[in-house]
Design a protein around this ligand. Structure first.
Ligand code: M7G
Length: 318
């Protein structure tokens, strides 16, 4: 394996053998899921093969997300050889079966948020969405006061930057306080296959909430993230920049600047034009006009139950 700039061994998607080492991947003796009592289904997407469940774990509100993961090419022959087939129907040259795979090839990615706040529960509840157009003035008068009082905690981000959590998952770090960042797998990616590659770059500076705060002063930070992020992903996963979608969300869920790196072939949640801003466009816009994101109108989707939507309605903007 190649060495990365920070001396860490290059990473490839994890195999089951990797998971046998260390406690990540070991069978959890303290399973928050076995005590989980279901309250209601928040969202059930058969096409995406995931389900979002609200419930309680020992009297605490919790959200559990279950997701069937993509079929892995590296385990295909084992899957075909060692599974049992139950015939469902046969007609001429056509037949369908239920394939019963061995347990280790039939895993379900499980995400647990516990304790979950009301805002988490709302985030995952299926809701009607509306497009809002926010001017620079609307941001300062409506959005900023709202997010200052209501946004999700970024404690998990600080834990990553301070190596209190996920330290062993860091793929690359540039420690510079102004232009540095940490690159690590997003928790949406189980790192088992490259089709749904998803990493996030989290900046070290803590004074940039979102795209709206960016000016030309941040160009060295943004170009650094682009070049070192792309180089690292090329070296460690063999995925070239031409196969990546690199973007920022507006609005983000977490107001600490971060950049999403996803496989171009993966239709990641939130990668549509109404929410994702390509990093290369952001860089060009700031080069052309330092106050571009301070002054221009930005459109974004808000869910029917989002408090920010209500603020826009109250201000007569919708
Ligand atoms: P966002 O643009 O603020 O909002 O992205 P979104 O969650 O609506 O997309 C934050 C990104 O951080 C998302 O892609 C999340 O999946 C990811 N993320 C969230 N949390 C709480 C964690 C975490 O604890 N660890 C890691 N590695 N990624 C996370």
């Amino acid at each position: 394996m190649a060495e990365s700039e920070n001396g860490r061994a290059a990473k490839r998607p994890k195999t089951d053998a990797d998971n046998e080492r260390g406690d990540v991947g070991e069978v959890s003796s303290d399973s928050p899921v076995s005590d989980f009592e279901i309250t209601r289904i928040l969202r059930d997407c058969s096409r995406e093969k995931n389900i979002f469940i609200h419930g309680k774990v020992k009297d605490q509100d919790a959200v559990v997300i279950l997701e069937k993961t993509p079929i892995r090419q590296d385990t295909l022959s084992e899957l075909l050889k060692s599974s049992q087939l139950k015939l469902e129907m046969k007609n001429d040259i056509y037949s369908t079966y239920q394939l019963q795979a061995p347990a280790h090839l039939n895993e379900i990615k499980t995400t647990v948020v516990c304790p979950a706040t009301e805002k988490h529960v709302k985030k995952y509840l299926h809701q009607e969405v509306f497009l809002v157009e926010e001017s620079g003035e609307d941001y300062r008068n409506i959005t900023l006061p709202y997010i200052s009082s209501q946004s999700f905690s970024v404690q998990w981000v600080h834990n990553i930057l301070e190596k209190k959590a996920e330290a062993d998952r860091i793929v690359f770090e540039d420690p510079d306080p102004d232009t540095g960042f940490v690159l690590l797998p997003d928790f949406k990616w189980d790192q088992k296959q490259l089709q749904d590659l998803y990493l996030i770059a989290i900046v070290h500076r803590r004074d940039v909430k979102s795209l709206r705060d960016l000016t030309s002063e941040h160009l060295p930070l943004l170009t650094n993230i682009r070049s070192k992020g792309e180089d690292t992903i090329q070296q460690q996963y063999g995925v070239p920049p031409s196969k990546l979608r690199v973007y920022l969300h507006y609005q983000p869920s977490y107001y600490h600047l971060h950049v999403h790196f996803t496989s171009l072939e993966y239709n990641a949640p939130g990668c549509g034009v109404e929410r994702a801003h390509l990093l290369s466009d952001v860089i060009q816009n700031l080069k052309a006009d330092s106050s571009y994101y301070h002054s221009r109108s930005l459109a974004f989707p808000l869910r029917a139950d989002d408090g920010l939507l209500l603020r826009f309605k109250e201000a007569g903007k919708l």
